[in-house]
Design a protein around this ligand. Structure first.
Ligand SMILES: O=P(O)(O)OC[C@H]1O[C@H](OP(=O)(O)OP(=O)(O)O)[C@H](O)[C@@H]1O
Ligand SMILES: Nc1ncnc2[nH]cnc12
Length: 171
């Protein structure tokens, strides 16, 4: 399937100069959504994950069905202050300023192989912070899967310690 055809591109959203990749058009097409999750399953299964992790919010839309398809558990990474039990936090740089992501301190077993799945790789800041969180709580990050990669932002360079897979690339 040509996944790029299912993704709507909105220029100058949320601000001038940004070419926004809108996955809602893919998500509302059942065949495309199913095929995208299946393609990610095929790419990620060889990494032998024991658990799937997804960052809030769009990451949940791919990571949770992927976990379900593989018969694995799902762990959410959330923006600061959203998770109720004891957490570990990681602050990371945004284009302007900083943000903080959290995961439950007891979310993984020591040495557990986890794969992180998100909708889109841009600068890599979100995924870098997520991987750091997972290492802090004792996980082994076995790989990272994305629906979309904005190759010109070179997010992969920040993630060079890990295998990275993306289904659709924009350059
Ligand atoms: O590689 P990066 O430069 O970190 O950018 C990619 C991240 O940006 C978007 O999330 P956003 O923070 O907009 O949150 P949302 O999923 O809640 O919309 C996207 O879903 C990725 O998680
Ligand atoms: N260009 C883009 N489109 C959609 N989501 C994004 N997150 C970061 N950059 C993005």
């Amino acid at each position: 399937m040509d996944f790029a055809r299912e993704i709507r591109v909105i220029e100058d959203f949320p601000k001038a100069g940004v070419s926004f990749k809108d996955i809602t058009t893919l998500l509302k097409n059942g065949r495309a959504y199913h095929a995208a999750v299946e393609a990610l399953v095929q790419a990620i299964a060889p990494w032998r994950p024991e658990l799937i992790v997804g960052p809030e919010a769009r990451g949940f839309l791919l990571a949770a069905p992927l976990a379900y398809a593989l018969g694995l558990g799902f762990v959410p990474v959330r923006k600061a202050g959203k998770l109720p039990a004891a957490t570990v936090a990681q602050t990371y740089a945004l284009e302007y300023g900083f943000d903080t992501l959290e995961v439950h301190a007891d979310a993984v077993r020591q040495g557990q192989r986890v794969v992180v799945v998100d909708d889109l790789l841009a600068t890599g800041g979100t995924m870098w912070a997520t991987a750091n969180l997972l290492r802090k709580v004792g996980a082994e990050v076995a790989g990272m899967g994305f629906l979309i990669e904005l190759t010109f932002l070179k997010g992969r360079d920040k993630l060079s310690d890990y295998p990275v897979f993306s289904l659709v690339q924009y350059d």
